[in-house]
Ligand binder design. Structure first.
Ligand SMILES: N[C@@H](CCC(=O)N[C@@H](CS)C(=O)NCC(=O)O)C(=O)O
Length: 208
């Protein structure tokens, strides 16, 4: 049985959502962030030395890194669903979004989170961080104009992988200005599988 090692309020919410979309049987093993540090508990290092979530175990394998996990689950368990045909240009776009999420779009949002903790000492860095957040959210927003999904006209793993970006942006009050982005994530959050994943994963306080 596929096991999702799920940390509360984390990127592993999207793995639960993917599995619910696919209707694949799985087990959730829950881990709680430390109330003060917000770090994962040390037990996660028994699953993988990085001690991060998401991480899954399946068929004797351990897979970490959310994009790789989504790709693994779709290749092995989706029977061709939730990704474009690899022979088409749409698949190239799909791969681009899959890598872009953690490779580029998350970086200024993470910098914002860490640099904000420096208080005044971080002030010189904020203009650049803000402009990069606006750059990435703006790019995404213009791509989503007139679209319900990132690639083609149905849900793919790319929507699932990218969904964490507007969720984190909203935590810092940076989503509302990007109307297409806001409409896209609200449409995704309205899906029955997304709601079911919330029940499986427990409270997700990143949700606004
Ligand atoms: N790029 C990785 C990031 C993994 C990651 O940093 N996960 C966070 C939760 S969203 C985590 O485990 N944080 C707890 C910690 O670092 O102790 C992925 O997409 O899977």
């Amino acid at each position: 049985m596929l096991v999702v090692h799920h940390l509360n309020d984390s990127r592993s919410q999207r793995i639960l959502w993917l599995l619910e979309e696919l209707g694949v049987a799985y087990e959730v093993k829950r881990y709680q962030r430390d109330a003060t540090t917000r770090l994962a508990p040390p037990e996660l290092t028994a699953v993988h030395p990085l001690g991060k979530s998401p991480v899954i175990t399946d068929d004797g394998r351990t897979v970490h890194e959310s994009g790789a996990i989504i790709d693994y689950i779709i290749r092995r368990h989706a029977g061709g669903r939730l990704q474009p045909d690899p022979a088409t240009p749409a698949y190239d776009d799909y791969q681009m979004w899959m890598h872009y999420a953690e490779g580029s779009a998350m970086l200024p949002l993470l910098l914002n989170m860490y640099v904000s903790r420096l208080g005044e000492a971080g002030a010189p860095l904020h203009p650049r961080i803000e402009s990069e957040i606006a750059n990435h959210l703006g790019y995404l927003d213009s791509h989503l104009k007139g679209r319900k999904f990132l690639v083609g006209d149905s849900l793919t793993g790319a929507d699932i992988q990218m969904s964490f970006i507007p969720e984190i942006a909203e935590v810092y009050g940076k989503r509302a200005a990007f109307k297409n982005l806001d409409a896209w994530i609200r449409g995704l959050h309205a899906r029955p599988a997304w709601k079911k994943a919330l029940e499986k994963g427990g409270p997700y306080t990143l949700l606004k």
